[in-house]
Ligand binder design. Structure first.
Ligand code: SF4
Length: 114
């Protein structure tokens, strides 16, 4: 994700991230990092949490929103552009579409409506 305070563009590793370990400045991380919760994380507190296999570090897809939460965006890792077609995403996308949600796939600079 883009991090405004760090001038970090989207689709790049953060300079403070130690891959496989975590944030190197966790206690002083910017506000954007403190407040952001992807949809996967938000649902873990709910009755029907999204499956563990779809956790972003496992699936390579961050499930977010746009348009003030009205639309769903699957932010896909550029090194796995088809990650959103794997695992339980087909079921999840079908469920979202059946509820009338608009679902997008974002990979690098490309945006695709499903
Ligand atoms: S949480 Fe830490 S590693 Fe992740 S983007 Fe923020 S500063 Fe970088």
């Amino acid at each position: 994700m883009k991090i405004r305070e760090l001038d970090k563009p989207a689709h790049t590793w953060c300079q403070h991230c130690t891959i496989g370990v975590g944030c190197g400045i966790y206690n002083t991380r910017p506000e954007s990092c403190r407040v952001y919760e992807c949809i996967w994380l938000q649902t873990q507190r709910m009755d029907k949490p999204i499956a563990f296999e779809l956790r972003p570090d496992k699936s390579r897809v961050v499930i977010g929103t746009t348009n003030h939460g009205e639309e769903i965006v699957l932010y896909v890792s550029p090194d796995r552009p088809d990650a959103w077609k794997r695992g339980g995403f087909e079921k999840l996308v079908a469920e979202l579409l059946s509820k009338g949600k608009t679902v997008w796939v974002s990979c690098e600079d490309k945006l695709q409506k499903l």
